[in-house]
Design a protein around this ligand. Structure first.
Ligand code: ATP
Ligand code: FE
Length: 328
């Protein structure tokens, strides 16, 4: 079995997953200390990971009914993310791997979001189109195998989650905005305001910066009182624009690739409206449990099943990366 550790942002995560993709445990400790700042404070995130990393790993083993001796491989997120935060998980993984003489497998966080739906019980089999919509990234990939993931298109500016968080903030909602915006939107009319869906962007790319600006102008034009009265309508219409922008790209990706299977991942994939919209597509759509969409370590184990382990020297030398480049 695989023990996976994920500390790329503000959730301290550990999971135990069998080689066949069965999740034995998936522990997520959300820090909840950044809300007052309206965003993640890197230094605070790293310190909180230090405080709880060991406890979360112990909990994951306990929940799995496993001991460290049962673990065959240790998987860890190498990047992208906050380097200080990543280093905490990386050091914990290195220490465990070396002390216990267990192979270490570095994993790219975004591959985790792409392959989350390959875990059981969904166990999606390639080839499929993957939509990842998270806080820092939004893209579509064609997955022909766990090692054959090809980017088809992505956002030209903000990530979908970033747009949602910024929109939520404009509506006076607390950070992180996604769940709060979804709750507010539930009581509103999605057709009340016609917000842009980046329709001018052709192909499989998308854009969310115009949407954010449109909400800003709408709020300004409505004025404080009217905005307060129509907050639910604004939230529902804003959410619908994000959902439509993503759903249209998924439809195009299916058309272009000729594939009939879709899997989704990333925090925005936890959104009920997006899940419902994609579920209604005339395709085989794999929608993982919400806990596998937002950051978690089970998805890191999902990738590690298909990646080579490092020898001990390479394991010691492993460095975190902030963004862009994958491990050399
Ligand atoms: P990345 O994966 O790009 O490095 P991240 O790890 O910070 O970024 P995730 O944890 O995958 O991102 O996703 C967080 C994002 O998902 C946030 O922008 C959050 O607002 C959004 N989100 C979470 N739940 C929901 C929801 N129910 N509806 C809409 N958005 C949501
Ligand atoms: Fe993420």
């Amino acid at each position: 079995m695989i023990l996976a550790i994920e500390t790329s942002c503000d959730d301290t995560c550990a999971a135990v997953v069998d080689d066949d993709g069965t999740i034995r445990s998936n522990v997520i400790s959300s820090q909840g200390i950044h809300d007052a700042y309206g965003g993640v404070v890197p230094e605070l995130a790293a310190r909180a990971h230090v405080e709880r990393c060991d406890l979360v790993i112990e909990q994951a083993l306990r929940d799995a009914g496993a001991a460290l001796e049962d673990v065959d491989r240790i998987a860890v997120t190498q990047g992208p993310g906050l380097v200080g935060a990543l280093l905490v998980g990386l050091q914990a993984a290195k220490a465990l791997a070396l002390a216990r003489d267990v192979p270490l497998v570095p994993v790219d966080h975004l591959d985790g979001h792409v392959l989350a739906a390959t875990l059981r019980p969904l166990a999606v089999e390639p080839p499929f189109v993957a939509l990842v919509a998270s806080g820092g990234h939004t893209f579509l990939s064609r997955v022909d195998g766990p090692d054959a993931i090809v980017r088809l298109g992505g956002t030209l500016d903000d990530a979908a989650g970033e747009a949602i968080d910024k929109g939520a903030r404009l509506l006076g909602l607390p950070y992180p905005g996604g769940p709060a915006l979804e709750r507010l939107a539930a009581g509103g009319d999605p057709a009340a305001f016609a917000f842009p869906t980046g329709a001018k962007v052709r192909g499989l790319d998308c854009s969310f910066s115009g949407l954010k600006t449109a909400l800003l102008y709408a709020v300004r034009d409505l004025g404080e009182e009217e905005t307060a009265r129509r907050r639910a309508d604004l939230a529902a219409s804003y959410q619908r624009a994000v959902v439509e922008a993503l759903a249209v790209r998924v439809e195009r990706a299916l058309e272009r690739t000729g594939l009939r299977r879709v899997a989704i991942g990333g925090g925005v994939a936890a959104n009920g409206a997006l899940r419902a919209r994609l579920e209604a597509l005339d395709a085989d759509v794999a929608i993982p449990d919400r806990s596998l969409c937002t950051d978690n370590a089970a998805m890191i184990a999902a990738v590690a099943r298909f990646r080579p382990a490092l020898d001990p020297d390479a394991a010691i030398a492993l460095e975190a990366y902030a963004s862009g480049q994958r491990a050399a």
